[in-house]
Design a protein around this ligand. Structure first.
Ligand code: ACO
Length: 392
């Protein structure tokens, strides 16, 4: 057969535009991130997560009335059905909360039947339900795996304060709630990353929005993507002291091991979100006490800059977020689900954008397998050289 592999293959689709989008923009050389044209630093200072989610999803900042209505709808839809809760109770306590979240997000589709994707009322209802219920599901799984009953959401609390209340079973300090809200805002959207691409591919088949979010949650969980924040804390604990930083990193570099929380496909300077998260961490330490792991983190940043700065390897969003979450009392294996709570906003914005000008994703491939092979009769096949392990 003639060689049909005429197209260029770029591993990881690096540098290939998968969509036209007006949702967010990154300048990786200058370290600039904008949501709908507004710099992330300005939003972190002046906005909040729900207002920013509205901006991302509907394309412009809401008026006072629009924001109030949106917040009201979200508060009203925070509760999850008992049957979803009962389903979650059957999940193994030892299971990872990201897997629990993926299954629960997909299960929402069982309860809210797929409707006309051209209907703005259906779109809005799906947006509201997902933004409202995902935090409740994350908190519920956390409590149920400890053997406790889930805490009912409170309508009088803000989005961030309510989540921390449901998680910690007590009201949260206002500064802590405010800082958590900014963390959500910072994680809400980030152009065509792996989970967003996953969301857009799923959306392009015109499936329901719960399947779109569930597929994105599955993608976010990997250690090269959102799962890195969890690994960063493990690494800081393993290093244990400032003196150990350099030998630990030298050893990693010699083994060519990846240092979690560093490096980014797009940023070649420090991720602007990492800079903001670092200052949030400092505010928390000032009020609630220092964390020795912060000193280790600072030394790591210093050594990595010295050793890998010329390659453009600097802290990414996952490096300082874990230190903030730790101080807020969030368990390490909930760091990535918390990332997902925020990123739902971006995934939904991309879902809407994809639907507006949809074409199903169907890339090609460069085939590098055999041609004109033949069926081999069983008695002529050999096990020699094959990795043959049977799982009982
Ligand atoms: N530690 C050590 N070296 C690194 C790191 C790292 N964290 N990241 C990149 N490099 C090196 C690579 O070894 C490679 O060096 P070489 O050219 O000498 O072979 C060079 O930098 C380029 O690396 P690539 O793998 O080509 O970069 P890519 O764009 O594919 O990877 C990624 C980006 C996956 C984020 C990578 O930097 C990484 O694995 N980081 C650690 C995991 C992490 O923190 N992920 C979170 C990213 S942010 C997010 O998803 C929310």
């Amino acid at each position: 057969m003639a060689n049909m592999s005429v197209c260029e293959f770029r591993p990881g689709l690096e540098g290939i535009a998968a969509a036209q989008s007006s949702i967010s923009c990154v300048d990786g050389q200058k370290g600039i991130l904008e949501y709908r044209g507004i710099r992330i630093e300005e939003l972190a200072e002046k906005s909040n997560f729900l207002e920013t989610a509205y901006l991302l999803i509907w394309g412009e900042l809401p008026t006072k009335e629009e924001l109030e209505a949106f917040e009201h709808e979200i508060r009203y839809h925070r509760r999850i059905k008992y049957r979803i809760q009962d389903m979650m109770k059957c999940f193994p306590e030892s299971g990872h909360p990201m897997d629990a979240l993926q299954a629960s997000a997909a299960a929402l589709g069982l309860f809210y039947a797929r409707r006309d994707l051209d209907n703005p009322v259906y779109i809005r209802a799906a947006v509201v339900r997902l933004l409202a219920k995902i935090p409740t599901m994350v908190a519920a799984f956390q409590l149920m795996r400890k053997g406790n009953e889930p805490v009912r959401p409170r309508d009088d609390l803000s989005y961030a304060a309510n989540f921390l209340y449901m998680l910690n079973e007590q009201e949260t300090d206002p500064l802590a709630a405010h800082i958590f809200d900014i963390c959500l805002l910072l994680h809400a959207e980030h152009t065509m990353n792996a989970s967003t691409f996953s969301a857009r591919v799923t959306a392009s088949t015109l499936t329901d929005p719960y399947a779109v979010v569930a597929s994105a949650v599955g993608t976010l969980g990997g250690p090269l993507h959102g799962g890195a924040n969890e690994e960063v804390i493990g690494m800081l604990e393993e290093i244990g002291s400032v003196e150990n930083v350099r030998p630990y990193l030298e050893d990693c570099l010699e083994r060519k091991a990846r240092i979690m929380g560093f490096g980014h496909r797009v940023y070649k300077v420090k991720d602007p979100r990492a800079t903001i998260l670092q200052s949030l961490a400092e505010k928390l330490f000032e009020k609630f006490g220092h964390d020795k792991y912060y000193d280790i983190a600072l030394e790591m940043e210093h050594v990595i800059e010295e050793r890998l700065g010329q390659k453009g390897i600097y802290p990414n969003v996952d490096f300082y977020s874990g230190l903030v979450y730790r101080k807020l009392g969030i368990p390490t294996d909930l760091f990535t689900p918390v990332f997902a709570i925020a990123r739902v906003a971006g995934w939904l914005a991309h879902w809407k954008e994809q639907l507006a000008e949809n074409r199903i994703f169907r890339p090609t491939q460069v085939y590098n397998g055999l041609h004109n092979s033949h069926y081999i009769p069983m008695e002529k096949r050999s096990l020699l050289g094959k990795d043959h392990q049977t799982i009982y």
